[in-house]
Design a protein around this ligand. Sequence first.
Ligand SMILES: [Zn+2]
Length: 466
Amino acid sequence: MPRTLIKHADWILTMDPKGTRYRNADLLLEDNQILEIGPNLDAGPGPVQVIDATGKIITPGFVNTHHHTFQSLVRNIHIANGLKLEPWLMVVYDIFREINPELVRAGALVGLGDLLKTGCTTSSDHMYVHPQGTQRLTDVEIEAAAELGIRFHPTRGGITIGRSQGCGHVPDDLVESADDIVADAERLIDTYHDTSRFSMCQIGLSLCWPPFETDEIVQRLRDLALKRNVQCHTHLGESQGELAISMERHGCRPVEYMRRMGWFGKQFYFAHCVQLTDEEVRLFADTGTGIAHCPNSNMFLSSGVCRVPDFLEAGAAIGLGVDGAASNNASNMMGEIRNCYLVNQLKWGSRATSAEQVLRMATAGGAQVLGRDDIGYLAPGMAADLVLFDWSQFSYAGGQNDPAACIVLSGDPRMVDTVLVNGKVVVEHGALTTIPERETAHWIRKATRSMLERASVRQPALRDDL
Ligand SMILES: [Zn+2]
């Protein structure tokens, strides 16, 4: 088995349940897992790859619990900025009608590639747009993730109610039948779902938006998830508008609707969870249901602030998510952890989360949300998913005090030097090792512009961005 010895780290923040930190220590890997952590380690006989971590902090790789990578091509659109969730959906859904396999690949490469470059080693994805006539879009994402070398949890979603049935922002050509969604989800589970330890791909199921789903699809996805032992995911409790629609269509709050439909438990996790009552917060903790906290998206769409201190106090499983790039404008986990700290400080004052707690949400918390016990913290027998942060650079001089605070409060993507996923170096000196960045960026730009040109036939204001 090939061994890798990472030597002389200034700090190793394991994020294990005891919060163990090592100063001036080494980390020994065997193939795709951690063998030992401690000072002055010996790699033993045989060939060994040595990585010098002098001047660096090592943490587990971040886990991103919510994304729509295809939205990476629908960002910085001037007519979508400054809107709340519901009017914003009207603008972006019309552009989503152009989605095809080439654009899904482009979005996955830039979305997941940027996650890797910002210290993220595992990502969920929520792929719910499948324009009529397109096929195998989730397959394209899975192929892109494998090419980049990121651990991937795609969820196959779909939309069952469109404009003609009362869901005003969804063009009818994005609607699929429950039969088609369930059949494709089963095919994906059969083809890609790997439950082995250190699995690089696990399939989940997802709904687009509970206020506008048919009872049939909500029930069938739950039943399939329980039958095949896979996860279920969607948005929940994001906005005041969602509350109003849920009351009108289902006669109850969104959380209550999903509870009645059997969508609470350890196999389920929800993005946002902003508009919740005390009782609903307790329901999450009592049932082990996961929360994907998406601070940047919640700020961008003026949705509100998730009750993070309450969730932590209740012992709920909570991680961080960048959400779709269309409502974040980046897939930057360093930006997410910094803004998580700041917005919680602004909202909750002395009850706000510490830098250490934010790092825990971004690592071990995210792993718990995705139902993984082999990633999220560093210890012998855990996956070799880790990040080397170079805090010896000029920008951080004077701030090299508490290492967790330096990453969360002063950190930015420049700090990410080396990233390993499953024992393989996928980012070196801040650059992706698996794809040519410049050429790929050029191709993605061309594909995006052609998509916006086509969409501008329906929305002429998009031409201002071309
Ligand atoms: Zn989302």
